[in-house]
Design a protein around this ligand. Sequence first.
Ligand code: COA
Length: 333
Amino acid sequence: MIGKAQGPPISITGLGCHVPDRVLTNDELSTIVETSDEWIMERTGIRERRIAAPEEALTDIALPAARAALAQAGVEPRDIDLLICATVTPDMMFPTASALLADELGAPRAAAYDLLAGCTGFVYALVQAYGMIAAGLSERALVIGGDILSRILDWSDRSTLILFGDGAGAVVLEKVDHGGFLGFELGADGGGGIHLSLPGSGSRRIEDASANGYVHMNGREVFKFATRVLVSSARAVLDECGVGVEDVDVYVPHQANVRIMDHAVQKLGIPRERMVVNVDRYGNTSSGSIPLALADAAADGRLTEGKLVLMTGMGAGLTWGSALLRWTEPKAA
Ligand code: COA
């Protein structure tokens, strides 16, 4: 799916994020599985990640992110009429994380549902919220992306354990006077889905009980896929919107692996300093990755009025998606 934004300008008017307190370093990981700080840094650029406490579930880390986004937008929870939570690690399949969050926030008017699109979930959810507002169905949407991937990892599998971390982010979407989203591109390839899967997590019975409930990944295949789609999806949305790559001020790729991101900037021809990188501190937080990176860019003063922001996510499904946005200063800033 690809499209240029039509109709009234719609933008992010509030942004918030939250990560668990517990920091897990590469050195500490090397006491759990056979690995080393040098290997992880060289192959991924990840130095440490956050891990949720045993008693924390997704809604516990998503709630502070949502509250921060609402506060920045100056929006009361009761005025939210759409709440989408992109996650592959809800507290449970039902009640959904979004229904629980709407209740905890005090948003009884909100249509609330979870969205499953792997690490691309946040971008998919942005597009849905945009579409609902553009169609006049929603006035104010809260889009949350977050995951507690540490809960679905096999802690004896070094190939996945080193990559992922826990975190959440949230944004408020509303109509604005100018700027906002310019266009989107979304895609999926279920044929490649086998390279990044969670066997035993649904109605498909799995014979090998030991494989159940943990992330399985063919790292080399996912690497090839990721390097390809980060470039093709970004080019597609830029072309669709008639925008040159040189106009991109802030590039926010999914934070999976610094080598994948470096490959993308080189191929696209985006100066590296325009790319937001925080994978070193958080690892791959799945649906939390792009909002956490946006929050870092905002904190660094890189997200100012009128800046052109390119976001591209990719992940399980396999899925990918890009959004192009002319940044508007949050109302309460
Ligand atoms: N620590 C130390 N050694 C490790 C290791 C670890 N954590 N994981 C694998 N190795 C070893 C392998 O066993 C292999 O050893 P061998 O050569 O003796 O067989 C060697 O390191 C190279 O393994 P390889 O899998 O080829 O490494 P790589 O350079 O492809 O890096 C990933 C592995 C997982 C970091 C990389 O493939 C990757 O990032 N893939 C994309 C994953 C991703 O982003 N997933 C989420 C998408 S949303």
